[in-house]
Design a binder for this molecule. Structure first.
Ligand code: OOG
Ligand code: NI
Length: 447
């Protein structure tokens, strides 16, 4: 029998290869990785309780391999092939994000693993956006962009062969997997030669910087990679020391005892030399670095409260004022595990304690988990949020598009069109978290 390799293993190889490539391409990302590792180590040293909690929740092992990336695609066909590519690595599209509300002419999903074990091993995610050509106002420019995109193929011929082979066999040999990782990497690589002349680039750029970024290159270069930190405020404060200029404001909820959802910040995109068709020299800014701190996943009820408070808080100009204001507004969001649980605001994963194991047969479907916790038979751990936030994503996009791109609010989501391009429906994040919680309840015996 030939040896095979699992989707988890291929994802791990790919995520590692991608990180190495990006460190070569954007050395500041390497500096950021060092800073994040230093801060994470210090946090764990100073906070044995957190160390213990992460260890028990199987969160510690994945911390150092954990990252997400982002790409922007130009056509439905590209998105459909990316879906095939990510499937090989056990990554499926979760969620629909409409960025047009923030004046960014794309809509997006996140490809990520969905099963507990896969997430625990390596939760590599790729935020994947599709350009919406129909939002280009000038019809001539729209046609031009479509024509340029129609001429490119962002995948290598060998990659298509490998995808066909994978789909026929439903598996790869280790050697095929190695080839697959190499070929897939080509799609995400940076190309300093633009495929258009300077005038076309400028026209697309003037319509929206993002359109030039998507349309004018041979591939869908990875535009950032994001390690996970345990203390984003500390990383943000230390960035200048490491020669990195952070964006003004940390996106997402404020600092809390029990972190919720996702907090993010980034450093500004680099200005990189490019060569236009016709050999004119120019520059392009697209690629940057980002960090994130993840907290617990919220139920629809918790999320509605988050969205309401975030909206109420608005955005501030400097981080300190903004964070203080956020903290005031978010005092309405319980920061206590029992309240979060009892009010049904967040998802939890339940586990039997050794004592609980002994009493397993006495636990009945419908038992109140709070009672079981108080007896010391089960523990509840928050389920970590594995997804993204549209308002934060818009803030990250904006910070790299120059501060003068104000929201042109097209504001019309087009989920059907996105799913048609993708070739399937996106999975619903809330359903996935609910299923994870329910599985854990069933294992304990009270569901
Ligand atoms: C994606 C921006 C969104 C995040 O983490 O929310 C994002 C992009 O700039 O292509 O990466
Ligand atoms: Ni990101």
């Amino acid at each position: 029998m030939t040896k095979t390799i699992t989707a988890d293993e291929i994802r791990e190889l790919f995520s590692q290869a991608m990180s190495e490539m990006y460190q070569q391409e954007v050395p500041q990302y390497g500096a950021l990785l060092e800073l994040v590792a230093d801060v994470n180590l210090a946090v764990l040293e100073n906070n044995p309780a957190l160390h213990e909690q992460l260890l028990n929740a199987d969160e510690l092992a994945r911390l150092n391999v954990e990252r997400h990336g982002a790409i922007r695609l130009g056509s439905a066909a590209e998105l459909a092939t990316l879906r095939r590519l990510f499937r090989v690595m056990g990554m499926y599209p979760v969620g629909y994000y409409d960025l047009s509300q923030a004046g960014v002419p794309v809509h997006s999903t996140a490809f990520r693993p969905v099963e507990d074990e896969a997430l625990c091993r390596n939760p590599f995610r790729v935020f994947t956006s599709l350009l919406r050509l129909e939002l280009i106002a000038d019809p001539a420019l729209r046609k031009k962009a479509a024509a340029v995109l129609a001429k490119r193929d962002i995948f290598t011929p060998r990659l298509y062969q490998l995808l066909d082979r994978y789909e026929a066999q439903q598996q790869f040999t280790p050697d095929e997997a190695k080839q697959f990782v190499q070929e897939a990497l080509e799609t995400f690589r940076w190309h300093s030669h633009a495929t258009v002349d300077a005038a076309t680039y400028q026209a697309l750029h003037d319509e929206h910087r993002l359109i030039a970024d998507v349309v004018c290159f041979r591939g869908c270069h990875i535009n950032h990679l994001t390690p996970r930190t345990l203390d984003i405020d500390r990383v943000q404060a230390a960035m200048p020391e490491y020669g990195i200029a952070p964006k003004a404001i940390i996106e997402g909820p404020p600092r809390r005892d029990l972190p919720i959802l996702l907090r993010q910040t980034s450093f500004k995109a680099l200005e990189e030399p490019i060569l236009f068709a016709g050999e004119h020299q120019g520059t392009h800014t697209a690629r940057f670095g980002e960090i994130e701190q993840r907290g617990m996943a919220l139920t629809p009820k918790g999320r509605a409260l988050y969205d309401r408070l975030l909206n109420e808080a608005g955005t501030g100009k400097d981080n300190l004022t903004h964070q203080l204001h956020l903290q005031q507004v978010f005092s309405a969001f319980p920061d206590n595990e029992m309240l979060l649980r009892r009010q049904g605001l967040a998802y939890f994963r339940y586990r039997l304690t050794p004592v609980g194991e002994v009493h397993r047969s006495a636990i009945r479907p419908g038992d109140d988990p709070q009672m079981l916790i108080e007896r010391g038979w089960i523990t509840a751990q928050p389920i970590i949020y594995e997804d993204f936030l549209p308002v934060s994503a818009a803030g990250i996009f904006q910070s790299n598009l120059g501060d003068n791109t104000q929201g042109r609010s097209h504001g019309n989501a087009s989920r059907d069109a996105f799913e048609q391009a993708l070739g399937c429906e996106v999975l619903d994040e809330f359903t996935l978290y609910q299923q994870a919680e329910d599985r854990s309840k069933r294992r304990c015996g009270f569901l």
